[in-house]
Design a protein around this ligand. Structure first.
Ligand code: WT7
Length: 661
């Protein structure tokens, strides 16, 4: 089944040619936002216009001021407002008489399903909040979660939100070392994890890895809660400070915990992300601004309505899942889907089977997934009824027009708008995208900045680029969902995001996301990708420095450079160039140890695609490794200027090595 040989054959000439698309009339008629005056409204009344987002929530006390710019760029939003995020995502929907509506619909990889109504979610969140309290978790204690896609993850997040304990979720695919680094950085004394989960039908031991991570935590860890996902499949023993989730919960049956009143600016959660240095940074997100922002963007961009079945097929371990599986959709009181497993298990129509079975209305995924679907062929989605779909979205990396059109045709049947949403861990929510009921769509170009978002593409001299020219994407006004700082590191917050373009003396603050972009006559922005040493592998952000330090940590490796090479499905893949120590042979055995070193330091997502051992790395006279050249070599491209190299001879040698295996 499935002729995935040539995606162009799967698209008719008509579609291949077309470069802009109007949103379908039937969609516009019912869209949450369908009037283009919204852009003007935001502009004329900024920043008061952002009250529209905050008004989607229930506040215990109203804010005095929308935006406080006094201590920029440490902005404050909805000053002195008070609210609780869990109350907004759960209780109020129960109170509004929708307690029997599904809040979370979960499907395990083996096919088992669970549905939590808002009432069920209310009960579980309360009981777990009581359990955490019982363990001694207090307001402002950071609780770490290292969990895969099981319902106990959002339950634990909401339980934390209820008692005002910020969470820090570490993606389940990250290694033990990565877990330890994040717990150390956040001084986190509590961990919620699980025994294991299923991957391609196999039971995977997760607790072993979590325990290894715990061994690397420098301070005392008070308590660990372990969800039993695998039962008989994986018998496990718990240490003295480790508690089985079900047993713990049975001691709190029927318990209710008053939602703690939080200031709008109180931290809701931390999310670690990769940057230019080897150390991940903890983006601090707040209760009022963040929750308002994700509720508003889920409503206006994803067109989420309470009666929808909405599915963002990302992992909650990344910001996409925080904002658009958990907080945005639940704040709006919709039904949010969760799937535990891989998209091609047991067959390549697994996702479409889930869409069909649950009559999913809205589907949001990453271009890397779409490129995999294209490879697998149109017959897989064609074998399922996808007519329930109303809107499609993508996020995480640039989408090439061919993949966009394939998605539009073969998943959306040319009747669903596609939103290509540019944003980052740091922005909290979407920033650049079309509004599906308002704008036309141009495949490959994300769209205009959202209402209220001041995005400009500029030259190093800060002048805006001419249409069609490449420059740097910048955001020139604050927005409610923005990170407030890098956790425990205000200096790094300034140096990473503001230093490049701001004029502190003139109190002019410009946020630089470190992406390159182009802009066209209509203000549509095409994001070209990172300009720093950060890779985007399958929509996941990986710092080259983190990978390099893992490689250099392998015995026998003297020096290493990591770059991204083009990859048909992953977008970018990890290429490692390594110099071996004298006396060490750069062979298969060392290659395996390098792979292992990277997987231990970060996780399988960072697994190198190619490892090239070389006696030297191309360096400039000042001793800087020329990564650009290494990238060109990885991609088999013609090499740019090599005249500034100290050692131009090494280039031929490396090129031959890359081509030969
Ligand atoms: C980086 C942020 C946003 C949640 C997932 C990734 C790239 C993201 C797009 C898009 C082109 C995109 C950027 C950005 N990116 N969305 N629609 N078009 N590039 O979050 O891990 O913080 O990565 O992903 O390079 O800076 P993240």
């Amino acid at each position: 089944m499935g002729d995935g040989s040539d995606p162009d054959v799967q698209l008719e000439a008509r579609l291949v040619e077309q470069d802009s698309f109007e949103p379908p009339e039937s969609f516009v008629e019912q869209a949450n936002v369908s009037d283009d005056s919204i852009y003007e409204e935001f502009e004329e009344n900024w920043p008061q216009s952002w009250e529209r987002a905050a008004e989607l929530l229930d506040w215990e006390s109203e804010w005095d001021e929308v935006l406080d710019e006094e201590d920029a760029p440490f902005y404050e939003w909805f000053v002195n407002g008070e609210l609780n995020a869990a109350y907004n995502c759960v209780d109020r929907h129960v109170e509004e008489g929708r307690k029997n509506q599904a809040a979370i619909k979960w499907e395990g990889e083996l096919g088992e399903t669970r549905t939590y109504t808002y009432q069920d979610l209310y009960r579980e969140v309360n009981e777990f909040a009581a359990a955490l309290r019982g363990l001694g978790v207090e307001e402002d204690d950071v609780v770490t979660m290292h969990m895969p896609m099981i319902p106990e993850l959002p339950i634990a997040m909401l339980a934390c939100a209820r008692i005002g304990a910020p969470h820090s979720v570490v993606f389940a695919g990250f290694s033990a070392d990565a877990l330890a680094t994040r717990m150390n950085s956040a001084d986190s004394e509590y961990l919620v994890t699980c025994d294991g989960y299923y991957r391609r039908g196999d039971a995977l031991n997760h607790l072993e890895k979590a325990n290894e991570g715990l061994a690397g935590v420098e301070h005392e860890v008070e308590d660990v809660v372990v969800v039993d996902r695998l039962g008989e499949e994986l018998p496990h023993e718990l240490d003295d400070n480790q508690h089985d989730y079900d047993e713990l919960m049975s001691g709190h049956e029927g318990d209710r915990v008053e939602p703690v009143t939080r200031d709008a600016e109180d931290m809701l959660f931390l999310m670690y992300t990769s940057g230019t240095t080897g150390e991940p940074k903890g983006a601090k997100h707040t209760t009022g601004g963040y929750l308002s922002y994700v509720a508003w963007t889920a409503q206006s961009v994803l067109d989420v309505k309470p009666e929808d079945t909405y599915w963002c097929a990302a992992d909650i371990g990344w910001i996409t899942g925080h904002s658009y599986i958990v907080y945005g959709p639940l704040a709006l009181g919709t039904t949010t889907m969760m799937y535990e497993g891989t998209p091609d298990y047991p067959e390549k129509d697994r996702l479409w089977e889930i869409v069909e079975k649950n009559a999913v209305d809205i589907f949001y995924t990453a271009p890397t997934a779409i490129r995999a679907f294209m490879k697998w062929g149109e017959d897989w989605p064609a074998s399922r009824d996808l007519s329930s779909l109303r809107l499609l979205g993508t996020v995480g990396e640039p989408i090439n027009p061919r993949a966009w059109k394939w998605y539009y045709k073969h998943i959306g049947d040319e009747s669903c708008p596609v939103v290509d949403t540019w944003w980052q861990t740091e922005t909290g929510g979407m920033m650049v995208t079309t509004l599906p009921g308002v704008n036309e769509m141009k495949p490959g170009s994300a769209g205009p900045a959202l209402p209220g978002i001041d995005a400009k593409v500029i030259h190093p001299d800060k002048e805006e680029v001419e249409p069609g020219q490449a420059g740097h994407l910048t955001i020139q006004k604050p927005w409610p969902g923005m990170l407030r700082t890098v956790y425990n590191n205000d200096e790094r917050f300034i140096s990473e995001y503001w230093e490049e373009y701001s004029e502190p003396d003139e109190d002019e603050w410009i946020y630089f996301p470190e992406d390159g972009a182009k802009i066209d006559d209509d203000g549509f922005i095409t994001v070209l990708g990172r300009i720093d040493d950060v890779l985007n592998v399958s929509g996941h952000r990986l710092g080259t420095m983190e990978i390099e330090s893992a490689v250099v940590g392998v015995e026998g490796v003297a020096e290493a450079a990591v770059v991204g090479g083009d990859h048909e499905v992953k977008g970018e893949a990890v290429y490692v160039y390594a110099i071996t120590e004298e006396g060490t042979e750069g062979g298969e055995e060392l290659r395996e140890r390098v792979v292992e070193g990277v997987e231990d330091a970060i996780g399988p997502i960072a697994r190198p695609e190619k490892i090239v051992f070389t006696p030297e790395l191309p360096k400039t006279r000042s001793g800087k490794i020329m990564r650009r050249l290494l990238e060109e070599i990885a991609n088999g491209e013609e090499l740019g200027d090599t005249s500034t190299l100290r050692n131009p001879d090494v280039v031929d040698d490396i090129q031959q090595k890359v081509q030969s295996d």
